[in-house]
Design a protein around this ligand. Structure first.
Ligand SMILES: [Zn+2]
Length: 296
């Protein structure tokens, strides 16, 4: 599943191709993805100018001059492809390579730009992605976006805030960090990475990072800065791979993160001087990768 840094690199890659263009036509090749496309979706967007692209958690937000916003989620296997003349670009930074098989092209934005016609194509073999449209003024209460916690890189996320959320919680830290009401857009990969960076055991109770008086312990301060760093580093890495590949054709290389613990079971821990071996356990049905020596 694409994680927040991947969605952010998709947003950054799509922005120059979509911002300021007019949607000449939206072509929907089926009635649904994970959910049905919104009613009158094509009519709602036709002739509208795209004024900007935003992101909230793992949702891509495409702002139209009508005051409405298209909400797009990439699901498990969704990606966008930009076609301009014979040139193709797939913005984004995915751990697993993305499909370019045209039979999985489900939604096509036919755009008019100052440089001529352009197509932005949504491809999704497994169809777990979806699109919705809402009034921008009502995004806060949209069912997909309602109740999401702060962004992992935003100023709202602080150790004091998490101490409030974690106080008294016996829930394992891993699950508490994956809870989108606590932090929005943090997924399995970056939770593992952030816990490893802060040398904290994923199985320990969330409340153990909070003092009896409800204040964040030093370990929680460290965890918050690790979360920020791990996301910022991934966005930076994705962004640089985008810049490297932006002008290439459809065969562009997909940047793969070199994760520190994720997907490294049995490999040596990268903490200097640790000497441990990365282990994998299953928590709430998801793999957790960690080092039993330096994470405690
Ligand atoms: Zn270690």
């Amino acid at each position: 599943m694409p994680e927040l840094p991947e969605v952010e690199t998709v947003r950054r890659g799509l922005t120059p191709a979509m911002e300021g263009t007019r949607i000449e036509r939206l072509e929907l090749r089926r009635g649904n993805l994970r959910f049905p496309f919104p009613e009158k979706f094509e009519a709602d967007v036709t002739g509208r100018t795209i004024i900007g692209l935003g992101r909230r958690a793992k949702y891509l937000l495409i702002d139209l001059d009508s005051g409405k916003t298209i909400i797009s989620h990439l699901g498990m296997s969704g990606s966008f492809r930009i076609e301009e003349g014979a040139q193709q670009t797939v913005p984004g930074d995915f751990h697993h390579e993305r499909s370019k098989d045209e039979k999985h092209d489900h939604a096509i934005f036919h755009l008019e730009s100052s440089k001529g016609p352009r197509r932005v194509i949504y491809n999704d073999p497994r169809r777990f992605g979806f699109m919705d449209i809402a009034e921008r003024s009502e995004l806060q209460t949209n069912p997909f976006l309602f109740g999401l916690g702060p962004e992992p890189t935003g100023n709202e996320l602080s150790a004091a805030y998490l101490a409030e959320r974690f106080a008294g919680k016996a829930q394992p830290l891993k699950s508490a960090l994956l809870d989108q009401k606590n932090i929005a857009g943090l997924g399995n990969i970056y939770v593992c990475e952030a816990l490893w960076r802060s040398h904290i055991l994923p199985t320990q109770a969330a409340k153990t990072l909070v003092t009896k008086s409800g204040k964040p312990k030093e370990s929680l301060e460290l965890l918050v800065s690790s979360i920020r760093d791990v996301i910022a580093d991934a966005i930076k890495a994705g962004g640089s791979s985008l810049r490297d590949h932006i002008q290439t054709d459809g065969s562009l290389g997909y940047f793969q993160h070199s994760f520190s613990v994720y997907d490294r079971e049995g490999d040596p821990c990268r903490t200097p001087g640790c000497g441990g071996t990365v282990s994998r356990i299953v928590q709430a049905g998801r793999s957790t990768f960690y080092c039993p020596v330096c994470q405690k």
